[in-house]
Structure formats: structure tokens, C-alpha cells
Design a protein around this ligand. Structure first.
Ligand code: KG4
Ligand code: ZN
Length: 334
């Protein structure tokens, strides 16, 4: 079954074709970073309009790249939530309409399920059951995955998501948007041990996270410092160390509490090199998606949609994006 996947939940237009027999056939991505940079963050209305501009050319390119025609598609999957409502509307409207024109089934995919299943795009697929650490700009969660489509949230962020904390802290330190990767780059120049920041909520039982206090702690430290370039790098390093340590401690605890020995990392912060290095030291099998599939992309949506469409899942032919949507409300695949 060949499925076209469309991702438009935020500031990336992603389109891909996934074949349930032969794997990923093609994927195309357009990032709106340059568009939003001058505003220091994503401007939702600009995001929607840009998705409209890019989506059809990207669909044509992805289908051509897969050496096929639109008529050879067997289904269409698009992100229907969570995300920015206007941006979601673009992918949902185009996906549904195209499916209607081609007379193939279409399915709305949960964006976080897409992230969570991104390591499945690899030749070495992680084995079930696994614990997933989902660390994106909008969510931080630990999820127990016993079977595809059956998700139990073990813990999540009570305030800022890890990516959001990276982005906001970067902005406070005067770094350009998007802050996460910039802050990570700067942290490499920081000296170890100059500052030590708190690891939030690690001394309490449970698997929830909270990064907003750490963000404030970083701001206060920055304001009290001489604000030299080296101070900036040292503070970035201390912040990154604290976030990575906290995620590491909670992952270790989640594996122990569930008795599961497979850990899957997904979401934009999964591209963070320090996090990847640190989690790789766990006494468990740890899987990371390819770097390009950590951040938003169409391939993960094509995959998540393909397994559900192949399992015969259907939906009413209506366009109904869900800006807020819990992973636990999804139906099991089998
Ligand atoms: O998954 P994603 O592309 O979009 C959402 O669904 O939110 O994640 C984007 C987030 C942003 O907050 C970005 O700053 C963060 O991932 N990010 C990073 C790195 N690369 C992306 N954070 C830390 N280190 C990185 N290398
Ligand atoms: Zn995402």
C-alpha cells in the first residue's frame, strides 16, 4: 500500500510517500524558519499562508521522486492534530480533497504518534514493547507502548515542554530563533562546572517534568552575570546539562518502573547531541530516529497513516483538525 503523508501542524511543510512493502519512497520538506525568524517565533497566520503556497509543489515533487503518479496512491494521511489550527486546516483540506478526487481513503494522524513511530522508518526497527521519550517543541512525555496504537502516558510536562524551554531560554540569552539548536551549539563552548543548575522534580517520585522554574533560574543567573560571551556559553552549557540530566533520570526511572528494556527517543529535542550521547549510556536498547526525522517531517505521518490504513481503519469524509488531542484517545491499530 502506497500512502502519501502530509505534515502541516506548525512551521514545516512535510510530504512523503511510504510503501508498506518497500518502505519510504520519497520525502520533501520545506522549513519556514526564515519566514518567522524576524518575529522571534512562529506567527500562526504566516505559517498557514506559507503552507498553502508550498503544499501542492511539494506533493508533486514527492510523488515524482517516488517514480509514480498521483493515481498510483492507495491512501492519504495528514496530520490532524495537535498543532496550530490554521496550519492543520491546510494539510487536512488538501489531504481530504485529494483523497476524494483520487477515490482513495484518507486518515487524520496524531502528530505525536507520528513522532513516536519515526524510529520505525529505520531498517533496524525498535522492538515492542518500548518506552518512548517524546521531546518536541510542544510536548515532553514518557509513553509506554505495548502495541502499535496503544499508548499509556507515564508522565508529561506540567508546564513548558523541553523544546519550548530550550527556545525560550535561548531567546533570553539573546540567541536567534529557532533557539534550541543555537543554544546547543553555544553550550559546546561553555566550560564545565562553572554553574550548576537544578534538575527539576528528580527528587520527587513520578515521571512528570517541569522546566519553567529552570528557565527562570537561567534568566536570573544571566542577569546577575557580567553577560560576557563566555558567561553566555557557560550558562547555555549549565542549562543544557540540567535538561539532559533530568530527561536521563526520568527515562531510567520509566524503564525501571515498567520493566521494559527498550527506549525510543523522538521529537525535535531528540536531535540534541548531548541527549543522544547520554541516553546511549543507559543499560537498555536505545533507538533514535535519523536526525532529519527527529524534527517535523512528512515521512513519520506517512508511516503512522500507512499502518492504520493498512489495518483497515477508516474515517468519515469530514475535515476536522484537532488542535488539542491526547495520545491516549487513539484507537489501537490491531
Ligand atoms: O518536534 P519538533 O520539530 O516540533 C514540534 O512538534 O514541536 O520540535 C521542535 C523543537 C524546538 O523547540 C527546537 O528548538 C527543538 O525541537 N530542537 C532542539 C534541537 N533541535 C531542535 N533542542 C535542543 N537541541 C537541539 N539540537
Ligand atoms: Zn513535532
Amino acid at each position: 500500500m502506497r500512502v502519501l503523508g502530509i505534515e502541516t501542524s506548525c512551521d514545516e511543510t512535510g510530504v512523503a510517500v511510504y510503501d508498506t512493502e518497500h518502505g519510504l519512497l520519497s520525502h520533501q520538506l520545506y522549513s519556514q524558519i526564515a519566514l518567522h525568524a524576524e518575529y522571534g517565533g512562529v506567527v500562526p497566520e504566516l505559517a498557514s499562508r506559507d503552507h498553502i503556497r508550498k503544499i501542492l509543489p511539494l506533493i508533486k515533487a514527492a510523488v515524482a521522486d517516488a517514480d509514480m503518479t498521483l493515481a498510483e496512491l492507495d491512501g492519504i494521511a495528514y496530520t490532524s492534530g495537535p498543532g496550530l489550527i490554521g496550519a492543520l486546516m491546510v494539510g487536512a483540506s488538501v489531504g481530504r480533497s485529494l483523497a476524494c478526487a483520487l477515490n482513495v481513503p484518507a486518515l487524520g494522524v496524531h502528530h505525536m504518534e507520528g513522532h513516536l513511530l519515526a524510529p520505525m522508518l529505520d531498517d533496524n526497527k525498535p522492538e515492542l514493547p518500548f518506552v518512548a521519550l517524546l521531546v518536541s517543541g510542544g510536548h515532553t512525555m514518557l509513553v509506554e507502548v505495548q502495541a502499535l496504537g496503544s499508548y499509556r502516558i507515564l508522565g508529561e510536562s506540567l508546564d513548558d515542554a523541553a523544546g519550548e524551554a530550550f527556545d525560550k531560554t535561548a531567546k533570553m540569552l539573546g540567541l536567534p530563533y529557532p533557539g534550541g539548536p543555537e543554544l546547543a551549539r553555544l553550550a559546546e563552548q561553555g566550560e564545565e562546572g562553572i554553574y550548576r543548575f537544578p534538575r527539576p522534580m528528580v527528587d520527587r517520585p513520578g515521571l512528570d517534568f517541569s522546566f519553567s522554574g529552570l528557565k527562570t533560574f537561567t534568566l536570573t543567573t544571566w542577569q546577575k552575570s557580567d553577560q560576557t560571551d563566555q558567561d553566555q556559553a557557560n550558562i547555555a552549557r549549565a542549562f543544557q546539562d540540567a535538561v539532559v540530566d533530568t530527561l536521563f533520570i526520568k527515562c531510567k526511572r520509566a524503564l525501571k518502573e515498567t520493566g521494559i528494556n527498550n527506549l525510543v527517543i523522538a521529537g525535535g529535542v531528540g536531535a540534541n547531541q548531548l541527549l543522544r550521547q547520554k541516553l546511549a549510556t543507559l543499560d537498555a536498547t536505545v533507538s533514535f530516529p535519523r536526525l532529519e526525522f527527529c524534527t517535523d517531517n512528512g515521512a513519520m505521518i506517512a508511516y503512522a497513516g500507512a499502518i492504520r490504513l493498512e489495518a483497515g481503519q477508516t474515517e468519515e469524509p469530514i475535515i476536522q483538525p484537532q488542535p488539542r488531542w491526547s495520545l491516549e484517545d487513539l484507537p489501537a491499530v490491531e
